[in-house]
Structures are given as structure tokens and as C-alpha cells.
Write a protein that binds this ligand. Sequence first.
Ligand code: SF4
Length: 382
Amino acid sequence: MSSLQIKDRLKNIRDKVEQGGRLNLDDGIFLYDPQVSLHAIGELANWKREQISGNVGYYNINTHLNPTNVCVYRCRFCAFRSDLRDPKGYVMSDEQIIARGQEAYDNGCTEMHIVGGLHHKLGYDWYRGILEKLHAAFPQIHLKGWTAVEIEWFEFLTKKSVKDVLSDLREAGLGSMPGGGAEIFHPEVRDQICEHKANATKWIEIHQAAHEIGLKTNCTMLYGHVEQAYHRIDHLLRLRELQDKTGGFQTFIPLAFHPENTKLSHLKKPSALMDLRTVAVSRLMLDNVPHIKAYWIMLGIGTAQAALAYGADDIDGTVRHELIYHDAGATTPEILSVDQIRQLIIEAGREPVERDTVYRRVHRDPDQYTTWSVGEDVLVNV
Ligand code: SF4
């Protein structure tokens, strides 16, 4: 494509976005062409992001809980999982799980993000019990737990319908669902990296069921491994289609692949330029998803800060006990203080706003840090 053709095509896309039109598959693939100026795409995505969220940069105070790393599956990109008899394998005791809840409470966390492996021998009641015990002891902490992959596993274990499983988990204390397990939907890629676990149709069916019973969820895409631009855009369009139906996704999180200690360790991790392009393209394609998160643990702090000017409006949380990406070689710190995360957002030229899991503004009592209240739903214009 000549530079004039690229300029014309980009202008056409800009006009579409500014007039509230929708980008299609070809537009998205074009935006991934390295000849197309990253800065031009970023500027347009930033415009869109400011239309939706103004100048705000969201963060939360959160912790992770991975109750077991033992998993029946062997996804090729996963450095976290362990075999049943591998010395690396662990299963947390009830006491350890409650201690984590206490630590989260003492540090003012509003959210626990709970995901893990599909253990060969543990039953559904063990997974359900984690929510039940934590919710009973710390009802003020939002439990965002179990990806669609785990929900499919629970469906298999219980022989109940997806909706019945989700309703039962909500009764036990589930507040919302994370967006993991989506990876890349297209079978040309999925069959190479995680052929056994929930496929695209199942992942979407589970999130649709969650939305239909009133549970909010997030959505993700793992990029930078064996997929091509076509697969990424196909993935985003499938998410956009479900969001048109249900409106239940809160935030999209593009997840940069980390190859270390995985079966794909011969691959390079994506560059910062690819990270920023993916954030920007996601903001432009997913015109109906309110938030785009630049997950600092995966992107690195500098890229996550830059992403706040390339379409992202959220940088994730202070985070404690992140294992999944640190096992895969992430060199980011394992925790940021509230002052640090606010300062990162300020340095990026944004106004830091603490949110809870469902994007309500959090108000803290400065003298009693573990006490907070939430305001109205944060207004976004999508
Ligand atoms: S990504 Fe999840 S499902 Fe796949 S092997 Fe790792 S822990 Fe298991």
C-alpha cells in the first residue's frame, strides 16, 4: 500500500470513529499493519477514550488468590500450572485462604481476584467453599472469581447447567467474573495453544449466561504468540457481538504473552509498540465496552502509563500475590502502594480515581483506611 493510500484509509477510519460509526474486520486488520502510524492510531483511540471516560485513570486496591496451581489442562502458554504429583504443586488450606482474606481486609482491599487450576481430585464444593468462607468472613470484599474455563469445569463436575452453577456461586458470595480463559478464540490458534479447554462458543455461552443472571464480567485476549492480526480482530468482534446483546462486559484487558517457562518459550514476548497498538486497536474496535485496562503487571509500568494515552482508562490495582505472570517471567513488582499507583497515573497526565470492581467511585476515610463507601456508578459515555 502506498503512503497516500494509507493516509486515505486512515482518514476514512478516523471519520467513521468520530461520527460514531463502527469499524469492521478489514479496518481492524489495517490498523495492525506496522506501516500505519502507531501515533495516529493512538491519537484516535485517545480521543475515543476521552469521549468515554474523560481524563480519569482508574485503579483499585485489590489482591489475587490462586487457591491451587494443579491443573488437568496443559495450555502451552501457561507457566503457572503444575501436575498433580509435581513438587511445585500446591493446594491452599482453609486457614491460608482466610489469612489472605484478613490480609486483604487489613490493607483496605475492595476486591479479591480468584482464579486457579482445575484440580484432578478436588470437587466443586471445595471451589464453592472458598467463596462461601471468604464472603462470610469479609462480606465487604468483592469476590471476582473463576474464569469461564473453571465454570465449564464446574458444569462438568456438578452436571448442572451453567446458569445453575453461576447462581449457586453467586449465592455463595461470587460478585462478578474475571475475563480470563478467552486467549484467542479462533480455532486456528486455539487448537495450537489450548485445544482441550472451553472453546470460543463455550466461553461466550458462559459469559452470556452470567450477564443474563445479572453478573458483570470482564473480557480478555492473550496476544503476541502464534496468532496473526486477523485472529485478534476476529476475537474482538466476537466480544463486541456479545456485548451488543447483553452489555455485561465492564472492561477489556489485552494480555501480553510472557513466554518464559512455557511450552512456547522459543517465542519472543510482544514489544511495547505491539502492546500500545493492541490497546489502541481494542479501544477503537470495542466501541461498546466501557473500559480498556492496561494491566501494569503484564505490560510493565512504563508501557501501562503510556497506554493511558493510547486508549486505556484503567491501570488495574495495587495487586498482591500475583503468581500467574510472575511465573512466566514478568519482572514487574508484585505490589504497588496506593501512593505509587496514584503517582503513576498522575505522571501520565490523568486524574487517579479509585474504583470498586463494578466501577463505582470509592471514598475512603483517611483515618480509618479499611473503611470505605462507594458512590454512584461511575458515568461513562458508551
Ligand atoms: S491456563 Fe489455566 S487451564 Fe490452562 S493450564 Fe494454566 S491453569 Fe490450567
